[in-house]
Write a protein that binds this ligand. Sequence first.
Ligand code: PLP
Length: 372
Amino acid sequence: MKPETLLVHAGAEPDPATAAVAPPIHLSTTFRHGPAGELEHGHEYIRESNPTQDRLEAALAAIEQGAAALAFGSGMAAASAVFQSLRAGSHVLLPRDVYHGTRAYAREFLGERSVTHAAVDGCDCDAIEAAWRDSTALVWLETPSNPLLEIADIAAVASFAHARGAIVAVDSTFASPALQNPLALGADIVMHSTTKYLGGHSDVMGGALVFRERGAWHERAALVRGLQGAVMAPFNAWLTLRGLRTLSCRIERHCRNALAVATFLASQPAVARVRYPGLASHPQHALARRQMRDFGGMLSFELAGGREAALRVASRVALFTNATSLGGVESLIEHRASVEGAHATSPPGLLRVSVGLEHPDDLVADLAQALA
Ligand code: PLP
């Protein structure tokens, strides 16, 4: 089945108890079992599983072409479950440009667990080879990356890592399952902050991991989730499932609008550089074209006037909201280095934009007046 159809139908069977077409929300924290703990319908306690979350996981596994999925309370809970699954003594490669929370997790917590890590250019297989160690167990990719929109070659990195006995996990949040399926390209785990495009309305937090195989990594991440209580609440699973149903329609508009905004920005003398994989000027445009179905709703741009000029534009926009996060219906803009705080790596003149579903003419007009 095509992704558009799966996004509507996966995990959407009518409720067997009532024939309701919209899925029920099961809030029960506990489930009746037999005298020796025999499960009646596969569930025992909400920290392990619940029927609403089951539906979301079934849908995500189908859409990402995986064997199993796990839903988490946030994207960071999902990402950190992978890192927590590593054995002491392992080595991890992370991309140089990566969500600042992922970088902070590695900086603050990997070392104390005797896991070493190095940051490499995720787009450069030679750099990955140079940083490789015998103990490298995991290559973490984020593509497109946040906030520089760099594109890593998932298939190339997966075949390199597999030949050396390591696995590859891909944070595919910026693309969403509508635009890119890393498992089909050879990755072992795909991670999403479902807070973004999957939820789609800036009103529900969550995260997910989808696994190519139901093996040791799935088992260990499920253990981490259950024992740390990093679970998704049933209402959040229900809202995320609802978001999924309209993802392909929303993403089409996000992509169309982002291309219009990126094209406009690229024509502006005040703008030194636009980073959007859909522009022919993007260094990995050809790879993005091969690996993604479209180029997404995220872009960033740098002002020729640096930090002060960027802050001026961010303070002048009227339709765009200055806010962090992404993937909702409304357009957001932020001065990324300010949001990243003390360990910021974003260029000082960079603004990151989540292009929403408004009319592109209105978005372009707002940016034009802010740049004037
Ligand atoms: N990965 C990426 C690429 C993100 O942009 C974010 C959040 O902005 C996360 C992971 C973390 O997700 P969450 O905020 O749901 O924990």
